[in-house]
Design a binder for this molecule. Structure first.
Ligand code: ADP
Ligand code: MG
Length: 841
């Protein structure tokens, strides 16, 4: 079945040629036990390797089943070795890190036998060679004879047509040699066995044919196979061999297990880059989260506010609605502040139109805002509960009138005192903005809270304004100095009561005209006594980071929106409002029609009767009369209603638009700008809104900064990844060197170059996986102390959080990188000459 025709083999060493085989022609039968005898160096091994397809002949031809092998490709030789040939070596050539059983199974993994079948067949052959009880021993735990039996079992397991044995007993004692020879003789009953030996006695005793070789020539042949001799046709398979990736993984995994220490060290070194990147990403993720949270907290107290009265920002945002063509033109444009001023009522925003617009675009607006609050110009009148010294108005504060001071600055402060504000009715917003120090949030219209600043402080002015202290002390510098050393308890405030007087209750109808009795102490005293009692039920403190709001003075009292609703409804139902609404042309305060064309006071406009009356008055009275005249004549129906405190729901005094991120705020601004542009285009310049957003997006630039820093750091750390990849590459190369023999063994069994590559790819994949998992685990563990330290130092918790998807991606990157690093070493491995690999130790 095998025939060598004029085979010669030339080795090149340097420029020297060495003819190891010289024109060898020989035929083998399907079934015989051939011994090749010859001195050392005579070319026996070379001949055997060429027969086995492990080495390539230089010239001539090897016929298999009469078929020439001249055109054979690598793949054909791999398949030939795997299916047709079984090799047995003098030095056994077992894979040291695999058990006896796995050593035998490997040959079958290449031919694609199922796992169960593999094990069954491997156990069968191992039983046949007498190793039934040693299945799970590793070669190092066995004797030479036992190892050779494993090798024989391995050679037989694929049921090859040809078994090639290169001095199988060369390393064995004579007794063991006999056993092995008997085994081979037995095997030769069913197939062709070609055995190289330099022991003529064994050859004589066991083999059926002896071929003597000398210096690359056949010297003699005891039983030549003539061409005429009828040879039985044996079918030879040429199915492709292929090692599955799983087999490669198992093989490499077992190999790595034999070098745990080194594997772990390598993985650790490889994981450093991953740890670096993972830590940076964890920190950047945590910091971004923190920035986002701060953003939200900040924006809770920083809504985008568009007020009806909006003088402050004429310059800032008379929004330039025209396209901005100048930016890129190296020209200066002109922001037409004056034109805008002229076209528009100064500092007035038409919020009624905008409110309608918001309501018409409700769904869009909902996506742009977290909350919208409409503010109306309605404040309750609040008085001190104690009226024994006359009515003391707290809101609006009358401190400025009561205190005589030459200090103009203080006077100015006192005039503008407003420590009262309306509390949001949104409980989640309240909770995100305030800490409850004592008591609770207000729950109905009669409840108030004291709000203190971040430092648990309230201002001295508040104390005087609330009449906790006698305002007369405001003149007394010594008393004021003492304040700095005083403190208050929460309980000093909780339970404290005030009285609210509804706006319209100030007016009384006398002689068919409504009079404002606010300056009438006894009247007001009654009203206060009958007024709604308000009580402080809680002390709140603004949360850190939320009080960067500009509008909040340090400390103050807040009432509920329920109080405003109550007041508003009460006003709406009051007689004066009903009367005014019923007579829209008549001014209920003066009993006269509203002037169509209001004119300032002039004696010409007076009736005779009025002129006489005026003449009787003292100069002061006259001045007051003129003042009143002007007030009343200039009044309109709307202004009268406003004076009474009637609010027009469709005409808010301010609109507060709350957003949850600066991005959202930016989008919201674009939405408003689009509104403005549309109004401008429609020629309705008076509807264009002016607003200012003083807090420029500092936070959003911080987010950007975090992003940039992260990118730069990741870039730096990526370098360490490259370094660790190179290291893994070197270590894989060392592994290739160490496993050279294994490569030779596998090649001898029919493993293709690709299979070898796959084994090392598998090895690097495992290394990469271990590196990645190790890196992520270390990072994860490191986040705990990092978070603890940072929390201790800055009160910011969880700055380092590694998102699970980032962790998985990093493990993936680690695997891919190490596999890339292993590419070159595994190519080197695949290219190794199998014969040389087998020779290596
Ligand atoms: P043996 O009969 O001892 O098995 P070999 O077949 O191993 O002999 O070697 C035959 C001759 O070929 C020896 O002289 C050896 O030095 C030479 N030889 C074998 N392999 C190589 C090689 N790769 N390069 C050069 N010379 C080689
Ligand atoms: Mg030899």
């Amino acid at each position: 079945m095998l025939q060598l025709q004029h085979i010669s083999k030339v080795y090149h060493t340097g420029d020297q040629e060495f003819h190891a085989l010289k024109d060898i022609s020989i035929r083998f039968r399907e079934n015989e036990f051939v011994s090749i005898l010859g001195q050392s160096g005579s070319g026996k091994t070379t001949l055997l390797n060429i027969i086995g397809g492990l080495d390539q002949y230089t010239s001539g031809d090897l016929l298999i089943q009469g078929k020439s092998t001249k055109q054979f490709k690598d793949r054909d030789w791999d398949s030939y070795r795997n299916h047709t040939i079984g090799f047995i070596f003098q030095s056994y050539n077992l894979i040291g890190h695999q058990t006896a059983l796995s050593n035998v199974e490997i040959a079958m993994t290449l031919s694609g036998v199922s796992k169960a079948e593999r094990k069954k067949r491997a156990i069968e052959v191992l039983e046949r060679v007498g190793l039934k009880d040693h299945l799970y021993k590793k070669p190092s735990q066995m004797s030479g004879g036992q190892m050779q039996r494993i090798a024989i079992a391995r050679a037989l397991v694929n049921d090859p047509k040809v078994v090639l044995a290169d001095e199988p007993t060369g390393a064995l004692d004579s007794e063991t040699s006999v056993q092995i020879m008997n085994l081979l003789k037995d095997i030769a009953k069913e197939r062709l066995v070609i055995m190289v030996t330099h022991n003529p006695e064994l050859a004589q005793k066991y083999s059926t044919r002896i071929v003597q070789v000398l210096d690359g020539n056949i010297l003699s042949d005891s039983n030549p196979c003539e061409p005429t001799e009828e040879t039985k046709q044996v079918d030879i398979q040429f199915t492709k061999t292929k090692m599955s990736f799983i087999t490669a993984l198992v093989l490499s995994f077992n190999n790595l297990l034999t070098k745990k220490g080194r594997t772990l060290l390598t993985a650790f070194a490889g994981s450093i880059g991953i740890i670096g990147i993972a830590l940076i990403l964890a920190l950047s993720n945590g910091v971004s989260d923190y920035v986002k949270k701060v953003q939200e907290d900040t924006l809770v107290s920083l809504p985008l506010t568009i007020s009806e009265q909006n003088q402050s920002n004429l310059l800032a945002t008379s929004p330039d609605l025209s396209e901005k063509p100048y930016k890129d033109n190296h020209e200066l444009g002109i922001n037409t502040v004056l034109t805008n001023l002229l076209k528009k009522q100064i500092g007035k925003n038409d919020l009624a139109s905008f409110k309608t617009y918001l309501e018409e675009h409700a769904s869009k607006v909902e996506s742009l805002t977290k909350d919208i609050r409409y503010r109306y110009n309605l404040q309750p009148f609040i008085y001190a509960s104690d009226t024994s010294n006359g009515p003391k108005s707290i809101l609006p504060s009358t401190l400025a009138d009561e205190v005589e001071t030459a200090n103009q600055t203080m006077k100015g402060y006192l005039q503008n005192l407003n420590y009262w504000s309306e509390l949001s009715s949104d409980s989640s917003m309240l909770e995100s903005k305030y800490d409850v120090l004592e008591g609770r949030f207000p729950q109905d219209k009669s409840e108030l809270v004291l709000i203190v600043d971040e430092n648990n402080q309230i201002s001295d002015l508040l104390l005087y304004s609330l009449r906790f202290k006698d305002p007369s002390e405001l003149n007394d510098t010594k008393k004021l100095d003492e304040l700095s050393s005083q403190t208050y308890q929460y309980s000093d405030f909780i339970g404290k009561t005030f009285k609210a007087v509804v706006n319209t209750n100030r007016f009384v109808k006398e002689n068919n005209l409504w009079l404002n009795k606010i300056d009438n102490a006894s009247y007001m005293k009654t009203q206060i006594e009958n007024g709604l009692q308000l009580k402080i039920v809680g002390v709140l403190r603004q949360k850190d980071g939320t009080s960067s709001g500009v509008n909040t003075p340090s400390g103050g009292i807040a009432y509920t929106s329920a109080l405003i609703d109550y007041t508003s409804e009460y006003i709406q139902n009051s007689d004066i409002v009903k009367e005014q609404e019923a007579n829209q042309n008549l001014n209920v305060f003066t009993g006269k029609d509203f002037a169509k064309d209001p004119k300032p006071f002039s004696s010409e406009n007076l009736t005779e009767e009025e002129k006489i009356q005026l003449a009787k008055m003292t100069p002061e009275e006259q001045a007051q009369y003129v003042q009143q005249y002007n007030d009343n004549s200039a009044s309109t129906y709307e202004e009268n209603l406003a004076k009474m405190g009637v609010i027009n729901k469709s005409k808010p005094a301010a609109i507060e638009l709350y957003t949850s991120s600066f991005q959202q705020k930016q989008d919201l601004k674009e939405f408003i700008n689009a509104y403005n542009t549309a109004k401008k285009e429609a020629g309705e310049d008076d509807k264009v809104l002016a607003y200012s957003d003083d807090i420029q997006s500092i936070m959003s630039s911080i987010t950007t900064l975090v992003g940039v820093v992260t990118t730069v750091l990741v870039g730096f750390v990526a370098i360490s990844l490259i370094v660790s990849s190179i290291m893994i590459s070197i270590i894989t190369y060392i592994s290739v060197l160490e496993r050279t023999k294994e490569i030779g063994i596998l090649r001898a069994m029919g493993a293709s170059k690709k299979d070898i590559r796959r084994i090392f790819t598998a090895e690097t994949a495992i290394e990469g996986l271990i590196s990645g998992v190790l890196g992520i685990t270390i990072t994860f563990l490191a986040t705990f102390p990092i978070n603890a330290i940072v929390a201790k130092m800055t009160n910011v918790g969880n700055v380092a959080q590694l998102p699970i998807e980032v962790a998985l991606i990093l493990i993936g990157i680690s695997i891919v990188l190490t596999m890339l690093a292993g590419l070159i070493p595994s190519r080197i491995a695949a290219k190794k000459d199998p014969v040389e690999s087998l020779r290596s130790e």
